[in-house]
Every structure is written in structure tokens, then in C-alpha cells.
Design a protein around this ligand. Structure first.
Ligand code: MN
Length: 509
């Protein structure tokens, strides 16, 4: 299976601070500092963290804490803060700093030593190693202030602790990428569709990214300015990377369709790069001046890390971008997806996921086939697209919907299977999966939750990542997994509706 490796997610770092106080004297504080340096170095050496963790000191006063928290928010490279109390650190000192903290934080409930030195333990040891109660004082003030955070528990050498920390850092990086991130919409929403609509102002306030519309003519200008030599180069790359019929290769009867698709890819890419966008939407209802619905162009832009939503679906474009950043460099790809049609054999119900064209090649199980076929809707020329089957494996489908007073994330864990038989006449990329816990429960739960037909689909991003993202956003997440029981799931939705009632729309504002 392939993976997505993006160009522009590096350069972010994470800060680590250790809480203490002056009560213990300089020798103890020096030991706390040395232990912290060793701990942070050890975590960096695991290779499991997606970016560097920088030790920023032992914090002993309210002034130091406030200054550090403010600096974290003001440093454009800092995507998150990890806190740990080596000793006791009275939490009223932390109120001002935490109240001003603008980046997500993780409370690492660990301890420098793994085992207790039972034969030698004395009161000096007890004074130095107080995470067990120091972190409880910290946890209280986090809860008292209703702060969204991630708590990770266990010794720092524990692989599970390292994985959780690394996973949270990945999500923090995606959150950081959302802040100020720009999504371009070419055309508006597909007419009359509800679930792809939503409050873009609320999204910018609560999720950080902005969504703005552009005339498709703006793209057309970029498309028309592409040089023939650049199209030649890209067509050569297509021929190297993909299986192609002779009629589509250079010199072939239908090569013109491939050239037009390449021109479209280069034009779209140029528009997105010029504007510094992280994602985009299009709609087949508004392609004025474009000769094809972008197919392979969108597929390849997704593979490079752009978020995408079809039919104007900006929420899925943003979600997909976040999932791309979270899963960057991990094994297993991430794509835009749509629950398209079902196989309702009593022996086993399956979902066939696909779209008109736009499935990311990062989830291709083998070498994709570049093909040109009629589309059937939209009234444009036959578009070029990559056709492939997604490989077997565990995956998740994620939807982001606007409930009118908050955003809701819905996750379904699925198992991708090999298609029961070949699909020689289906000219689009596809994935076939079994839902957990089973088809009927999963689909009923998804419908009760109002999950969309469009999703972010990923082999590398896990449910826990989406839960962390929801925490950072301060928004709702519901999970449909192997444990889901419909009766309890419906009760959860009722309780959640009640929780959000009476609050300001979308929670924070
Ligand atoms: Mn669609």
C-alpha cells in the first residue's frame, strides 16, 4: 500500500515544559531540569514523533508560566504544548498562563523513574518524584477551567505512551494547519444539496480555516496560461506512472483528452499554489470554460496533500486536508470518498465506495490505470481519470456535518475487502468494505447521526486521531466501531443534543 507524503507540513515543532515550584531548593530543581532534558531527548529519539519536541524549561512561578504560554501562542512554529509535573506545582500559578494559551496542550502523566527503588527510597526521593500527586493538582485546574486537552498516562518509555503522544502531535499539526488555512471553492454548492452546506463563518471562528468562493474563470485563466512543454512533461510522467492504452499515449488517437487533463492539472495546481490554498472544491454544475470535469487532476492534487470536496463540499475538503496532515508519511493512504452503492447479499453486506472520478491515488492497491470515458452528467468532454481497487485493510470513514449549533464528526471503522469479483465495466477507482460492527447497525447509526455521503477515508488515520481533533475543536464526535450498539448510540445522540442546547451556536462563539 502506498502512503501520502506532503510537501509543506514540516517546520512545526512542539514545546515541552515541566512544572515545579521554588519550595524544593536549587539542587532539586536542577535535578528536575536534568531529568526533563533526558526525558525529552528519549522521546525525540524514539522516531515516533512527527516533529521535534523542544524542552522549554522548568516552570516555577506564575510569571514564568504565563510568559511561556504566551510565547507558545506567538511562535508560528509551535503547534502544541506538552505539560508534566515532576514535583508538585501549585495550580493557581497556572491559571493565567493556561487562560492565555492558544495552542492545544497534552498533559503527560508520567514519572521519571519507571520502578520504585524499594530498598533505598527515602524522603528525598519522595520530594523529587511527585508526579502522582503533582499531576492531580494540574488535572484539577484543567478541569476547573474546562480546558480541552489530551491526557496520556504511563512511563515515557512505554511504546503506547509514545504512540499516543506522537498521534496527538500529528493532530496538533493538522489543527495548526487549519488555523489560517485557506479553502478555495470553484462554483457554489451542488444545487439543492443540504449536507454539503454549512456555516462558513462558524467554521472560521471555531475551526480556524477560511472558505471563499472563486469564479471558475479564475482557474480557466491559469489553465490557459500553461505552456505546451509543461504539458509534454506531465504526459510523460503519466506514461511512466500509470498503465495507459496505446490510444491515450503520445501519438495515440485519443491522446488529446489526456493532454487536456494534464493542462487542467497544471492550471489547478498553479492556482492553488499561487493562492497558498490547503484545499478546494469544485462542482460539475459549474465548469464554464473547462473542457472536462477535473478527474486525474483532483486525484493527483489529493495525493500531494490537498483537501478536496466534490459538489462544493468545503467541510469534507477541510476534513480531508486535516486527515492528510495527520497521516502524512504513515503507511496507508487517505482519500475523498462517497458511500456509493451496496451489495446486500444475505451472506455479507458490503459497501462500494467511489465517486464520479475523484478518489486519491494514495489508496491504490496497485498501479493505477489512466483511462478516458464519458461521464454521463455535466455535458463536458470525456474526462481522464485513474482507475484502481483499494487494498484490503482496516480503514475509517469520517464525516463532518453542521448541526446548526455545532459541528459533529462521525467516524465509522470499516474493513476493506477485495471485491468479490472483478468490475471490468466500472471506470472509476473504488473501495469495497464491511462496516463495523455490522452493516445494519453501522448504517442506521450513521443515518441517525446525520453523517454525510461524502467522507474522508483513510487507512493511516485512526479513530483516536479524530477524537483528538474533536477535542481541539471543542466539538462533538461520535464513533461507530466494533462495540457500537444502536440503542446506546441513539441515547448518546440525544444526550449530546441536550449538552449543546442553550449554548451559543457552535459552542465557543
Ligand atoms: Mn458526491
Amino acid at each position: 500500500m502506498s502512503r501520502c507524503t506532503m510537501k509543506k507540513v514540516d517546520g512545526r515543532e512542539f514545546w515541552f515544559v515541566t512544572g515545579s515550584q521554588h519550595l524544593y531548593g536549587p539542587e532539586v530543581l536542577e535535578q528536575v531540569r536534568r531529568n526533563s532534558v533526558e526525558l525529552v531527548g528519549g522521546l525525540n529519539d524514539t522516531g515516533k514523533l512527527p516533529g521535534p519536541l523542544r524542552f522549554k524549561g522548568v516552570l516555577k512561578t506564575a510569571e514564568e508560566i504565563r510568559a511561556t504560554c504566551e510565547s507558545a501562542g506567538n511562535d508560528p512554529k509551535c503547534a502544541g504544548l506538552v505539560l508534566w509535573m515532576h514535583t508538585f506545582s501549585p495550580s493557581k500559578m497556572w491559571i493565567g498562563g493556561l487562560a492565555s494559551l492558544k495552542v492545544p496542550f497534552l498533559h503527560l502523566h508520567t514519572q521519571f523513574n519507571r520502578e520504585l527503588p524499594w530498598a533505598h527510597i527515602d524522603m528525598d526521593f519522595m520530594n523529587l518524584n511527585q508526579s502522582a500527586h503533582g499531576d492531580r493538582e494540574a488535572g484539577f485546574i484543567h478541569s476547573r477551567m474546562r480546558l480541552n486537552r489530551k491526557v496520556v498516562v504511563g512511563h515515557w518509555s512505554d511504546p503506547e505512551v509514545q504512540d499516543q503522544l506522537g498521534g496527538w502531535m500529528r493532530v496538533s499539526r493538522a489543527w495548526h494547519d487549519w488555523q489560517g488555512g485557506r479553502i478555495a471553492r470553484f462554483g457554489d454548492n451542488m444545487r439543492q444539496v443540504a449536507v454539503t452546506e454549512g456555516d462558513k463563518v462558524a467554521a472560521e471562528i471555531n475551526l480556524g480555516f477560511s472558505v471563499n468562493g472563486y469564479g471558475v474563470g479564475d482557474v480557466v485563466a491559469h489553465v490557459q496560461s500553461i505552456q505546451d512543454s509543461d504539458i509534454d512533461d506531465l504526459c510523460r510522467e503519466y506514461e511512466d506512472r500509470y498503465t495507459m492504452g496505446e490510444d491515450l499515449r503520445r501519438g495515440g488517437m485519443r491522446h488529446g483528452s489526456v493532454r487536456e487533463a494534464a493542462r487542467l492539472e497544471l492550471g489547478l495546481r498553479s492556482f492553488l499554489e499561487d493562492g497558498g490554498f490547503i484545499g478546494f472544491t469544485d462542482t460539475f454544475e459549474d465548469l464554464h470554460g473547462l473542457r472536462q470535469l477535473p478527474g486525474i487532476a483532483v486525484q493527483r492534487l489529493m495525493a500531494d496533500g490537498y483537501g478536496f470536496g466534490a459538489e462544493g463540499d468545503w467541510k469534507t475538503a477541510a476534513l480531508l486536508r486535516a486527515m492528510k496532515v495527520i497521516g502524512n508519511d504513515l503507511q496507508g493512504g487517505t482519500s475523498f470518498m462517497e458511500d456509493y452503492t451496496y451489495h446486500l447479499d444475505p451472506a455479507g453486506h458490503l459497501v462500494l465506495g467511489s465517486h464520479m472520478l475523484e478518489i486519491c491515488e494514495s489508496i491504490a492497491g496497485g498501479k493505477p490505470s489512466l483511462e478516458v470515458h464519458p461521464l454521463g452528467i455535466g455535458g463536458k468532454d470525456d474526462p481522464a481519470r485513474l482507475v484502481f481497487d483499494a487494498p484490503e485493510g482496516e480503514a475509517i470513514n469520517v464525516s463532518l456535518v453542521d448541526m446548526g449549533n455545532r459541528f459533529r464528526l462521525i467516524v465509522n471503522e470499516v474493513d476493506v475487502v477485495a471485491p468479490p469479483s472483478p468490475l471490468p465495466n466500472l471506470p472509476v477507482a473504488r473501495a469495497v468494505w464491511k462496516c463495523r460492527p455490522n452493516f445494519k447497525t453501522a448504517c442506521a447509526a450513521w443515518l441517525y447521526a446525520g453523517g454525510a455521503h461524502h467522507t474522508g477515508f483513510s487507512y493511516s488515520v485512526k479513530t483516536g486521531h479524530i477524537e483528538d481533533l474533536a477535542t481541539m475543536a471543542g466539538t462533538e464526535v461520535v464513533v461507530i466501531d466494533g462495540e457500537t450498539r444502536l440503542r446506546e448510540f441513539r441515547q448518546l445522540l440525544q444526550v449530546n443534543d441536550h449538552c449543546y442546547q442553550g449554548q451559543s451556536p457552535y459552542g465557543r462563539v
